[in-house]
Ligand binder design. Structure first.
Ligand SMILES: [Zn+2]
Ligand SMILES: [Zn+2]
Ligand SMILES: [Zn+2]
Length: 221
């Protein structure tokens, strides 16, 4: 069988260690899922099978080892249960110290993000839009963010991403010019902090009775 690898996070942001994974069962990822896919094009490590979670993007890339599953049961949405096992499809550990136990609210079952203050923003976007040249459009949205600094960082990244996406040719490589290119984005307003809408303080759910998995009851496509 081909060798597999895991990424673990170093102390500094965005620095990873890569190491071989020798267990035949997949590792648990930081998001709480057992690894369910391989990432094969990590820059500098192309072709290596790196365990990852395709359900969760960022946290799903970092492995945290294997939780203690003794005596635990996993439940599918249809009600089927099985002994918890990292090899079950879309397995998510929800016991002590799990992501679910600390990030899901006991009162409303939403993630902690839904309890953070709301920030409304408006962007003014100058762009081409197919036959319309050099027009201005708006983006009005809202996000849950802990503070103004995080909101500012989010908007800088949003702006970079919008510009990058707009430069991708719509009709593929044989028609290399973009027909919807963005020239300039201006932040018109940032409104916040506004009430989260949750109406209560976040309260950790704590360990769940059951882990979760998918038993195959709706097919595998
Ligand atoms: Zn995940
Ligand atoms: Zn809540
Ligand atoms: Zn099921």
């Amino acid at each position: 069988m081909a060798k597999t690898y895991i990424l673990t996070k170093k102390d500094k942001d965005n620095e990873y260690d890569i190491q071989e994974w020798k267990d035949e069962k997949p590792p648990m990822m930081k998001c709480g899922h057992s690894a369910n896919s391989f990432w094969t094009n990590l820059p500098g490590h192309e072709g290596k099978n790196i365990h990852t979670c395709v359900i969760c993007d960022a946290d799903g890339r970092i492995a945290v080892g294997v939780p203690d599953l003794r005596g635990r049961l996993a439940k599918c949405g249809c009600g089927n249960t099985r002994e918890s096992n990292m090899g079950l499809a879309f397995f998510e550990y929800k016991g002590p110290d799990s992501t679910a136990a600390s990030r899901i609210c006991k009162k409303c079952s939403y993630t902690h993000y839904a309890h953070l203050p709301l920030w409304k923003y408006e962007l003014s976007i100058r762009r081409d839009w197919f036959k319309l040249k050099n027009i201005t459009t708006k983006e009005n949205r809202q996000e849950h963010m802990p503070d103004k600094k995080t909101m500012d960082t989010f908007l800088q990244q949003r702006i970079k991403q919008l510009i990058k996406n707009s430069k991708t040719p719509v009709y593929g490589p044989d028609r290399p010019e973009s027909l919807s290119e963005i020239f300039e984005i201006r932040i018109v307003s940032i409104d916040g902090p506004l009430p989260s809408g949750a109406g209560h303080e976040f309260e950790k759910h704590g360990p769940y009775k059951y882990d979760s998995y998918y038993c195959g009851c709706n097919g595998w496509d």
